[in-house]
Design a protein around this ligand. Structure first.
Ligand SMILES: [Zn+2]
Length: 121
């Protein structure tokens, strides 16, 4: 097999980057990485769907993220032009994790109450 045909076969086997890997997917992964990094612990809810999210550069810079609970467009004060930016993604993950935690706690309270009721008979 010639070198050219090996290269072609490898190329054919690779996913089509434009189709399998849309540009926003990279930003989602970067947002996920930000949320999972030590900086993710500095994401602060400000109420009404607003969050402060640290810049990846560190240095204490934070951006204002508005996940918008009123139905308008989500926004972030960072200079990135591409949306969703990683700060929007990180805040979205933060919010969904917080909601999941609240649901678990509510469920546990309910189970505790049910157990008490059961114990009283
Ligand atoms: Zn941003």
């Amino acid at each position: 097999m010639s070198e050219v045909s090996v290269a072609r076969r490898v190329d054919e086997g690779a996913p089509k980057r434009d189709q399998a890997w849309p540009p926003w997917k990279e930003r989602v992964l970067r947002g996920y990485a930000l949320w999972g990094s030590p900086l993710g612990a500095e994401i602060e809810p400000q109420g009404h769907g607003k969050y402060t999210v640290p810049s990846c550069s560190g240095q204490g810079v934070t951006y204002e993220v508005d996940l918008d609970i009123s139905g308008d467009e989500e926004s972030c004060s960072c200079p990135d032009r591409e949306r969703p930016c990683k700060h929007l993604v990180a805040a979205t993950i933060y919010r969904s994790k917080a909601r999941a935690k609240a649901r678990r706690e509510q469920h546990q309270r309910f189970e505790t109450l049910e157990a008490r009721r059961g114990a009283r008979g």
